[in-house]
Design a protein around this ligand. Structure first.
Ligand SMILES: CC[C@H](C)CCC(=O)Nc1ccc(S(N)(=O)=O)cc1
Ligand SMILES: [Zn+2]
Length: 258
């Protein structure tokens, strides 16, 4: 049986098939703001996204993701804590069954209702798959979601949900600008970590934005209407698709702000 978020295949069971689950640089973590150290050498994030590289939206049975053409340097992440050019591959979310949980990273123990991950790979490697196996191969920008004002940009994504309700469904999704999902302030924390789902590869430079973005309670409810299950299977709502915080194991968390 493959991994998931249920009692019998969830985060507490992942180490059975993926022993790296107990590794030295696992993600997510609880970010203790008072323990993070301001690093004046950290540059501002340089995100440049081209909406024409947006290809499709799909339900992969763990989350939904929007995938991008990554054969050119049209949509990239530079500067911040990284060196070189990282290309945007996809973005996806993690969320809870209720507003009191759902994010993977937490801040001083606080859980947000959801978390956005913008996944980029280091162009010093040939492709995403190769980069994913290197300690400096990936950079993921995390953005917290909080319940508040309606989010017009997220609404475009939500409008596609009927087409990807079940696992394995996908549809064309063009012209979306991921910059519209970024908070106004790009202050961030950064640390060395991993993918937060199997294969849990320890190849991610995490860049977690301090400022959340907002969405309405109705919009958040629409996330919870997606299914983990495929068409024809017993319906299982896609909720609580988050891994809880993992041991820091001596890692330091740097802040780009004072
Ligand atoms: C080699 C292929 C690749 C590992 C498998 C497909 C993939 O992209 N996985 C992935 C991506 C991002 C995250 S997260 N949640 O942003 O840490 C978790 C898992
Ligand atoms: Zn993720």
């Amino acid at each position: 049986m493959s991994w998931g978020y249920a009692e019998n295949n969830g985060p507490d069971k992942w180490a059975d098939n993926y022993p790296i689950a107990n590794g030295p640089r696992q993600s997510p973590i609880d970010i203790v703001s008072g323990a993070s150290s301001y690093d004046k050498g950290l540059k501002p994030l340089k995100l440049k996204y081209d909406p024409s590289t947006c290809l499709e939206i799909l339900n992969n049975g763990h989350s939904f993701q929007v995938t991008f053409a990554d054969d050119t340097d049209s949509s990239t992440l530079k500067d911040g804590p990284i060196s070189g050019i990282y290309r945007l591959k996809q973005f996806h979310f993690h969320w809870g069954a209720s507003d009191d949980k759902g994010s993977e990273h937490t801040v001083n123990g606080t859980k947000y209702p959801a978390e956005l991950h913008l996944v980029h790979w280091n162009t010093k490697y040939a492709n995403f798959g190769e980069a994913a196996s290197k300690p400096d191969g990936l950079a993921v920008v995390g953005v917290f979601l909080q319940i508040g004002a309606q989010n017009a940009s997220l609404q475009k994504i939500i409008d596609a949900f009927t087409a990807i309700k079940a696992k394995g469904q996908q549809t064309t999704f063009a012209g979306f600008d991921p910059s519209s999902l970024l908070p106004g302030c790009l202050d961030y924390w950064t640390y060395e970590g991993s993918l937060t789902t199997p294969p849990l590869l320890e190849s991610v430079t995490w860049i977690v934005c301090k400022q959340p973005i907002s969405l309405s309670a109705d919009q958040m409810a629409k996330f919870r209407s997606l299914l983990f299950s495929a068409k024809g299977e017993a319906e299982c709502c896609m909720v609580d698709n988050y891994r809880p915080p993992q041991p820091l194991k001596g890692r330091s968390v740097r802040a780009s702000f004072q």
